[in-house]
Design a protein around this ligand. Sequence first.
Ligand code: GLC
Length: 739
Amino acid sequence: MKRLLVILFFVVLAAPALARPDPDVEALLGKMTLEEKLGQMNIFTSDWDQTGPTLRGQYQQDIRRGRVGAIFNAYTPEFTRKLQDLAVKETRLGIPLLFGYDVIHGHRTIFPIPLGEACTWDLGVIEKGARVAAVEASADGLHWTFAPMVDVARDPRWGRIAEGAGEDTWLGSQIARARVRGFQGNNLAAPDALLACVKHYAAYGAAQAGRDYHTVDISMRELWSTYLPPFQAAAEAGAATCMTSFNEIDGVPSTGNGYLINTVLRGLWGFKGFVVTDYTSIEEMIKHGFSKDAAEAGVQAALAGVDMDMQSAIFLNDLGKAVQDRRVPLAVVDDAVRRILRMKKLRGLFANPYLCSDPARAKRVLMSPENRAAARDAAKRSFVLLKNNGVLPLKPALKVALVGPLAEDRRNLIGNWSAAGDGNKAVSVREGLSARGLTLIVAKGCEIEGGDRGGFSAAVATAKKADVVVAVMGEAAAMSGEAASRSRLDLPGVQRDLLAALKATGKPLALILMNGRPLVLDWESENCDAILETWFGGTEAGNAIADVLLGDYNPAGRLVTTFPRAVGQVPIHYNMKNTGRPLDPTNKYTSKYLDVPNDPLYPFGFGLSYTTFQYTAPVLSAASLDARGALRVTATVRNIGKRDGEEVVQLYLCDRVGSVTRPVRELRGFQKIPLKTGEQRTVSFTLTAKDLAFYRRDMSFGAEPGDFDVWIAPNAEAGVPARFLLTEGVTLAPPVPKP
Ligand code: GLC
């Protein structure tokens, strides 16, 4: 409640400020030449990091000539001060630079990759992770992060599934809000604030075949129902900026899509921040075949509502002539510059351009023990126990054969998009387990990729000398993230063969996975005695894994993305449609594969514990609900195991009949609850007609009368439904604007 009041207070106060012309901004704008204005609409990367296809050597000269509004991939107090001096002291108007960076899951202290963090189902932990990232990044010279990435992703072949919150729109919207709150805090001018940038607008996760940058061709209903809500949530949470995506939607690249930016983001949602493109995505509209040349691409992007051009230099080089030729009104440029200058002022840079360039602050906060402790806490909560036949938790007296290409690795466990993170400062699994006094015998066995089996015999010999085998395997960090799609989802290289050789020793076999996407684990799920999914757990991953393997923490992570049985099932997600021929094993002519079941190996919401939870069937406070009423749904959850634990109690709904077909289940609530052994708790959710709303046949947003099923369950495939009737419909919003 307190947080809600703070947000309301901030939004109520800040929103009008954003809407009213700012006298400082107007005065400055009035002094600017057209070239200086175009300079503000331009962001270049430094040569400290490369996160896209091009670099521009003369970026420092560009700054001196007032041709740059922001720099990304530059940090530390010293370097940002040096570059800020060029802007503030050497240009005519001294307009300070914004410094941006991909602070995606931590800055120096690296947290679990976002897909892992989402598996905590703990909005407080997720917000805290963003807050720690902001405290470190802002101490290290940065004002702005290109996060949160809120792209709903349902295709694990797509490497960027690692960067988001998984397959569910409703959960992804809650997480988007938490991340914006965490990054920005409640005062954008505070020294430790970090401007958020909600990305990639929009529907980047729907790339065909899971191939990065590929075509997106989806219906308006799919766009509005699945992909836009997390962006709306982030905008409502006050995200300072938004980044357009590389992809097209239905033939129109997002960077030139006035419907997305001007009509929806600004016109419908009232977004007051500024819009930056992704890396060279204005120029890429030529390759898309949407623009005949750079000049046209610049006009299309400017008229669509883009304010800042990342790395194309097209606004800088071509927009001036477009304004002179009246292809772009000067007012469009002035509005863009106004939004950029207003955000620089809100970030406190007009008052102090060196706000974040203080070496003493950096020394105090970077990788502090408190930040590392927060990263360790988030990591252990992000892990998902997929299987355990009792081999976990490990007994400390056991002799452990620690095997696999990631057992001693540090660099990969901080994952992709780990920016300023330093793998050398991370804690490996071997170090984490050794620090707990475990007797380890270690053998790598094989590499992550490649066919070399030369290490197998030493690994098998090690296993034979031990009481239990812990195999740490998975993907390299670079096998997920940007430009990292995979056509297969099984363990790379010969890792599965090594597992088979270890299995043949007859020793208990626990598989610890490090990966940036769901994998196909059909063999592993049959042959390993335990499987712990740790994603890429960040700087403290080794210690967090030791916490869980030794039972100091009872794992409570739950999947936010479905694990398929086979890549051929993809896309597969829990909230699919029933179809007109749902699977009926007794009838040939129903929707199925000949060679694999329809259901996933591990469903959305799934995760085991070292204890066991039991659910009663849901009980309803009434058999029906009207447009103004509320319906309470309760169930009792009991810890019937021998250990204390935490359970993520999930609420799912099914609208049985609609003016358009509806998913078989939709998540509409969750509560993460601690339960001591033997303890039980009645968990209650309150539903109103608003929770039943969807984009109806006419694309209005509202609920329709009829029967609904509701579950209170441990995952998307479990539980028994209760049924209630919504007696009347409700319209919450008129039909969405047409493109
Ligand atoms: C990259 C990514 C985007 C990132 C930007 C700046 O190409 O698509 O997520 O924020 O460029 O590094």
